[in-house]
Every structure is written in structure tokens, then in C-alpha cells.
Design a protein around this ligand. Structure first.
Ligand SMILES: [Zn+2]
Length: 262
């Protein structure tokens, strides 16, 4: 039986799966954002978590990322796919487009971003922040589902919860960012520390500040995410149709990275 985790952002649900139970997981890092919804589909156990909580009451900088990812580890999940709303910076991306993120820039601060901040120091490699095997699986599944998806894109993660200024977006564009969001870090780094395969699907829900002259509303973000979630769901179903076989070294992420003596 495969065990797959999904972390969803604003306005997404997973219909069409057999619901098994809600699971409360206790983590030594505190409480995850909500209970994990356990679904079953063919040979896959799927655990679904909304990172902002049941009523979307947890802002990006207050999410307990360590507890959320540790919860998946405790459930035995081998691969986590995250779905995020993002603002498009690259002019070729329009609201409603979906991208499988290929790299990322971290502009967050003040978040608990490692499991190793006491007694032991590890410097994990994050040259490629996403599991290449899981990324390939998503792209293959999207093709099978007939869903158009962009292969690649650099996600720049801000701290939020405010949106960006037009000047910030111009700067981020010059740094190589294709889209901007608030939740990818430390999610991806924590999964790597725990040896869990991790990949991100970003749904472009709006143009970033200054790219369009219209003011963004949160209703718009939820509306576009809702419309895109049908396509994301068909990709997720296809991922489960083709059980995930990791051909990567995510499990060995700590090998050779400990710098503490002893
Ligand atoms: Zn992997």
C-alpha cells in the first residue's frame, strides 16, 4: 500500500475518494494545522491536510510547519505533494495556469525552519528542493489526465501575510522568480530533513502586484483555486493510479550532512 500526503491551500478539496477517518496526530513540535483526513483510493492511502486549518484561520507565518510535516512522517507517508496558490510574475503565466515548481527562493524569516536546532547541526543539500522522481510522476499524471501543466518555475516565498509591493515584484522578477507565494518554506526543507519525497504544484490564482493594474481580492484567489482544483484533483487521481516508486536519494538526505562531532 502506497502512502501519499497532500497539503492543500486555499479553496481545495478532494472529492471522489473513499473517506476512512479523521486522524489526530500528536507531534513533539506541537499541533498540526488540523486532523489528517485519511482517504483510500485503489492501492493508495491518502492523507490530506489543509495548512491554514479547517476555517482558514492560520496565517502563513503562524503555520506549524514542523508539526505538519512530522505528522506525515508519523503516519508513514513516503511522498508529499503540496498545492499552493501563487501570484504570477512571469508574463507567460495567467490566472488559472498550473505549474510543477522546479526551484525556489526563500525570503521568509522568523519561522521554525529546521528539526535540528538543538545539540545537533545538519546542513542538508537543497540544490534541488523537490524530489525529481515525484515531479516526474506529477508531470506524467497530468499528461495522462489531459491537464495542461507548466514543467518548471521558480517560486519565491515571502513571509506575508501582506501582499507585495509593485517594486518588490519587479525585484523578484530580476532575481529569477516566476511566481510568488507564502508557504513553500520551510515546508520543502523540513520534508527533505525527514527524508520524505516532496513536490509542489502551484496554481496561479492572480497576477502579482504591478503585473496587472487591478487590485487583488482574497475572494478572487479562492474562486480561481476552486476552479483549478478540478484539474488538480484529476492529476492527484492519476498519481494514485500509478503507484509512486521513488527513484531518488531523498531517503538519504542526512547522509554526510551532520557537522556536529559525536
Ligand atoms: Zn524522492
Amino acid at each position: 500500500m502506497n502512502k501519499l500526503g497532500i497539503i492543500a491551500g486555499s479553496g481545495m478539496d478532494i472529492p471522489g475518494l473513499k473517506f476512512i477517518e479523521d486522524i489526530t496526530v500528536d507531534s513533539k513540535y506541537g499541533a498540526p494545522s488540523e486532523g489528517y483526513k485519511h482517504f483510500r483510493y485503489k492501492d493508495t492511502d491518502l492523507y490530506f491536510l489543509r495548512r491554514h486549518g479547517v476555517k482558514h484561520e492560520i496565517p502563513p507565518h503562524k503555520i506549524n510547519y514542523r508539526a505538519n510535516i512530522d505528522g506525515f512522517r508519523k503516519l508513514g507517508v513516503e511522498a508529499v505533494v503540496t498545492v499552493s496558490a501563487a501570484g504570477g510574475i512571469n508574463g507567460s503565466l495567467c490566472p488559472g495556469d498550473i505549474a510543477v515548481t522546479s526551484n525556489a527562493i526563500d525570503f521568509t524569516y522568523g519561522r521554525n525552519s529546521t528539526y535540528f536546532d538543538d545539540m545537533e547541526v545538519f546542513h542538508i543539500d537543497i540544490t534541488e528542493p523537490f524530489c525529481p522522481s515525484l515531479r516526474r510522476g506529477i508531470l506524467y499524471s497530468a499528461a495522462e489526465a489531459g491537464v495542461t501543466i507548466f514543467d518548471g518555475g521558480v517560486y519565491l516565498c515571502t513571509n506575508g501575510p501582506r501582499l507585495e509591493t509593485a517594486a518588490e515584484i519587479t525585484a523578484y522578477s530580476k532575481l529569477g522568480a516566476d511566481f510568488v507565494g507564502m508557504t513553500l518554506f520551510p515546508e520543502c526543507a523540513l520534508a527533505r530533513e525527514l527524508g520524505i519525497c516532496f513536490a509542489n504544484i502551484s496554481v496561479i490564482t492572480n497576477y502579482a502586484a504591478g503585473i496587472s493594474d487591478r487590485k487583488l481580492t482574497s475572494d478572487e484567489v479562492v474562486d480561481i483555486m476552486g476552479k483549478a482544483s478540478e484539474r488538480v484533483n484529476s492529476i492527484v487521481h492519476k498519481i494514485m493510479d500509478n503507484p509512486f516508486t521513488p527513484e531518488c536519494d531523498c531517503r538519504d538526505s542526512l547522509k554526510g550532512t551532520k557537522i556536529t562531532n559525536g
